[in-house]
Ligand binder design. Sequence first.
Ligand SMILES: Cc1ncc(COP(=O)(O)O)c(C=O)c1O
Length: 397
Amino acid sequence: MTTNITQAAVKRIQLSLKAEQFTESVIREMTRLAFKHGAVNLSQGYPDFSAPAEIKQAAREAIDADINQYAITWGAKRFRDAIAAKFQRTQGVSLDPEREITVCCGSTEAMISSMLAIINPGDEVVVFEPFYENYGPDAILSGASPKYVKLKPPQWTFDPDGLAAAFSANTKAIILNSPNNPTGKVFDRAELEQIRDLCVRWNVFAITDEIYEHMLYDGAEHISIAAIEGMRDRTITINALSKTYCVTGWRVGWAIAAPEVTASIRKVHDFLTVGAAAPLQEAGARAMEFPASYYEKLARDYAVRRERLLGILTDAGFRCFKPRGAYYIMTDISAFGFPNDFAFAKYLVEEIGVAAVPGSSFFRDPADGKSILRFTFCKKEETLAAAAAKLAKLRKG
Ligand SMILES: Cc1ncc(COP(=O)(O)O)c(C=O)c1O
């Protein structure tokens, strides 16, 4: 039988109600627009400078050594051992790499696999807002109902009573992201302990996205919530090679969780993707053994870029919220007099030649982000200088 599905027929067939509830990523759309208009891309968070020579060499060696077939579905042993050793070294948490780690295709897959592994109909997840835009669709796809708790500028603090009110007998998990995208907030120990108390009281998981763990400024310290007393076995820690080693295109990440939780995550992961790229996992194992000086330099270099972009944006008339971690700057655009963030982002990319992310993509209610744009500083000096030259036109216009 031949199937000739015309556009009209496709329209008649009902598509997934889940997929209908979200749009494609605004962040990735801005990158496409940046290419289209030849604009400087300060929207999507990927570096435009080289990955470390050692990690690239390790990947080439792994391919030459014919590590080109499926790795063990939950991750190559050497890589899992290296992940466990680094977590012990940096956070003091010891892990069983045989039973507590699942290597996935980026932290994106680690997050959705984890949610699919724990969520049941009727479950609620607590999400701090503004949030990394993937968490909305992750909640929809896994069937969780999000309960949002506001982070308030300029320090992006939360109201402890508001947080407590978001928890109930229906809460299955809280999603944390520290250092935080988009705000640059780094949750401190006292805040993590408040979250711990609620997780214990309501018997709730913490799913924590720690992909920016090494991008810290002004003395900020990254504390994994898994390292807070009482949280080790109720935390799913998500991380990836993507940002720390400058390889966002490699798609290698992982989820760390207690053995029973890991068993569930591994099943979901197996049938979603089978496994992450085998040779790149070997290279990842090598990268995880980099000395502390690698991470210190990474943070120092990003601190310089942060200062540079803060200066550029302030000179161009933006009010900036100085981040303590990650590599984004949230800005208040009210002074420019545009009706909303989308109108201004469109003007910037089309007329000025700089791409940024409209703030509304980080909020459930677009009105909450309508006077915000997010810029990234994970870019070369030439790129930032080109952005400075273009943004200078804003002052004149
Ligand atoms: C908070 C956060 N989590 C996850 C990701 C995606 O990570 P990966 O490339 O490892 O899937 C990003 C990318 O910008 C991010 O900002």
